[in-house]
Design a protein around this ligand. Structure first.
Ligand code: GDP
Length: 174
């Protein structure tokens, strides 16, 4: 049995649903949240990927450090994938995604020098008052090097596992 250890980051503005996402994703699994001295938390989830492979996901949440936008290199070190999240009802959280992606691309890269796979998540999609239309999200996603985007709802448990599976699949295919 081969075991992959994947450090995956989750970034985005405060209040978009990052820690709720992490809680939902790891819920029901054996996990612990580790309080880090550098001001980030990480949670662990095991995935039975195939008959021959297990995946241990370390999901790093920036835990209230969002105002810094520019995160410390410790946070990015060794990361192999990233979730950039915004709140679909809040256009300023969407506009900030460009900066999150740029900070990521300047500090996190794969050993071969390319940028790490990144998925864009439009959270709170259960709410009716979307401030950002889907075609704009799609265009932004393509223009900024995300491999895909998805509308999620942590509240309704929509696309949480699907988003993480899609990211893990992308990481393992590289
Ligand atoms: P963080 O600051 O990005 O970690 O955001 P939190 O996880 O603390 O969530 C901020 C607020 O948004 C909380 O009140 C959550 O209950 C709420 N929230 C998170 N996800 C959703 C969602 O998918 N739909 C709705 N309606 N509310 C959500």
């Amino acid at each position: 049995m081969k075991e992959h250890l994947l450090k995956i980051l989750i970034v985005g503005d405060g209040n978009v649903g990052k820690s709720s996402f992490v809680q939902r994703y790891v819920n029901g699994q054996f996990n612990r949240t580790y309080k880090m001295t550098v001001g980030v938390d990480f949670s662990v989830k095991m995935l039975h990927w195939s008959d021959k492979e297990k995946v241990r996901v370390h999901l790093w949440d920036i835990a209230g450090q969002e105002r810094f936008i520019s995160m410390t290199r410790v946070y990015y070190k060794g990361a192999v994938g990233c979730v950039v999240m915004f709140d679909v009802t809040n256009s300023s959280s969407f506009l900030k995604c460009r900066q999150w992606k740029q900070d990521l691309d300047s500090k996190a890269m794969l050993p071969n020098g390319s940028s790490i796979p990144c998925i864009l998540l439009a959270n709170k999609s259960d709410l009716s008052q979307w401030a950002v239309p889907a075609d704009r999200i799609e265009a932004f996603c393509k223009a900024n090097g995300f491999f895909t985007w998805m509308a999620t709802s942590v509240k309704d448990n929509k696309n949480i596992d699907e988003a993480m599976r899609s990211l893990v699949k992308e990481i393992l295919s590289i």
